[in-house]
Write a protein that binds this ligand. Structure first.
Ligand SMILES: NC(=O)c1ccc[n+]([C@@H]2O[C@H](COP(=O)([O-])OP(=O)(O)OC[C@H]3O[C@@H](n4cnc5c(N)ncnc54)[C@H](O)[C@@H]3O)[C@@H](O)[C@H]2O)c1
Length: 376
């Protein structure tokens, strides 16, 4: 039975991970910690709110003393570290918060874990699992082989640089102090509870409301997409089978061009609307509500600075060593995601009405500046 601390629990992947873990490991205790920044949303934890083995704690990973207290008091043996500033566009407009949370915050958490666990390593039954990104590897040429764990780091955005720095700190705490760590570097996630500032959820909710579907530049940037539940399964595999001190790349074997992702969402919406009158009535501004093509809403807008052209992940090491493999294809995962947003309108309406809306209006209004695409 684990006593697990999940940082960033109210975020996109964190809330999915907590729900996944509670379903698959019902005897484990989970503390979900989150500072509730603009990206944290307690409504995303509603499915576990009544679970007696789950506790939410509002806290900041940059507060080392508080992290020490929680790990010690709660007898934490497993940390799954997801808390981060995570949006590339925000890192371009304001990089300081990314250095503070992703680098300094991760370091405070590492120090706290080391201090508490060095009093009792419990025969090695401790784990600090760090969740990172494929963006640390930089951009790939069109025909270059996908990133492996041996690819040299070449981060291009302040976000990616801050994640790279945190990866190195995690590595150093293993090599220098023997902290039992594992790291996963993952490709673009998508799925339920994803803030509509990222390409897929933004496209879905804008399409439902009949608003422009902004696509950066020529839309030919390529990303490898992973359904968020498959990411959660990958973290589980690495926690159970991964070797200490190792890093594992988790990908979806689903390289897609951004423009094709947007067109794929439009095609799903057209089809769902054609077969469901109630949905047509609920979203009358969507072109598909009157038999039109949702793809009419696509608008190409100015690219963001330093936009990486291609990311692709080779997940072979995780597959061979841990049995990792995504269950969803991009098409099945995308359909599930579109259906989730249609079924969970109150969740995203509440998010869109909050402070996040002000930021998106400032930066993404009607394609005036750059507009939404990209990731994280
Ligand atoms: N989303 C992706 O496609 C993707 C892909 C690979 C890796 N990752 C990594 O996975 C992790 C989670 O990403 P996400 O997409 O869920 O991000 P997110 O922005 O949705 O969630 C991050 C969460 O961390 C919390 N947080 C921020 N600063 C904090 C602090 N100082 N203390 C405590 N909590 C804080 C936020 O409130 C939020 O709930 C990040 O580390 C990210 O780098 C994300």
């Amino acid at each position: 039975m684990r006593r697990m601390l999940v940082t960033g629990a109210a975020g996109f992947i964190g809330s999915n991970f907590v729900q996944f873990w509670a379903e698959h490991h019902p005897t484990d205790n989970i503390i979900g910690l989150d500072a509730l920044t603009y990206a944290g949303n307690l409504a995303s934890l509603e499915p576990v709110a009544d679970n007696e083995r789950f506790t939410f704690v509002k806290g900041d990973i940059r507060d080392g003393e508080a992290m020490h207290g929680i790990i010690k008091r709660e007898g934490i043996d497993t940390i799954v570290h997801l808390a981060a500033e995570s949006h590339v566009d925000r890192s371009i407009h304001g990089p300081d918060a990314f250095i503070d949370t992703n680098v300094r915050g991760t370091h405070e958490l590492l120090k706290a874990a080391r201090d508490v666990w060095s009093e009792d390593w419990s025969g090695g039954a401790r784990r600090f699992h760090h969740v990172s990104t494929d963006e640390v590897y930089g951009s790939l040429a069109p025909n270059a082989p996908p990133f492996t764990e041996d690819t040299a780091y070449a981060p291009n955005s302040p976000y990616a640089a801050s994640k790279a720095a945190s990866d190195f700190l995690v590595r150093a705490y293993h090599h220098t102090y023997g902290l039992p760590v594992t790291t996963t570097n993952c490709s673009n996630n998508y799925g339920p509870y994803h803030l509509p500032e990222k390409l897929i959820p933004l496209t879905i909710v804008n399409a439902l409301d009949g608003k422009q579907l902004p696509v950066y530049g020529d839309g030919l940037q390529i990303r490898d997409w992973l359904y968020v539940r498959d990411h959660c399964r990958g973290i589980e595999r690495v926690l159970e089978k991964g070797r200490l001190g190792e890093t594992y790349n988790l990908g979806g074997n689903s390289e897609r061009r951004n423009i094709d992702v947007v067109k794929g969402i439009c095609a799903h919406i057209n089809k769902i609307f054609a077969g469901d009158e109630q949905i047509r009535e609920r979203f009358p501004k969507c072109p598909a509500a009157v038999g039109g093509d949702t793809a009419e809403l696509i608008a190409f807008v100015k690219d963001r600075p330093g936009h990486d052209r291609r990311y692709a992940i080779d997940p072979m090491k995780a597959t061979l060593e841990t049995g990792y493999g995504p269950a969803e294809s991009f098409e099945t995962g995308l359909l599930k995601t579109v259906r989730w947003y249609i079924a969970n309108e109150p969740w995203w309406r509440a998010v869109m009405n909050g402070s996040y809306r002000e930021w998106i209006d400032l930066h993404y209004s009607g394609g005036k500046r750059e507009a939404g695409s990209g990731k994280r």
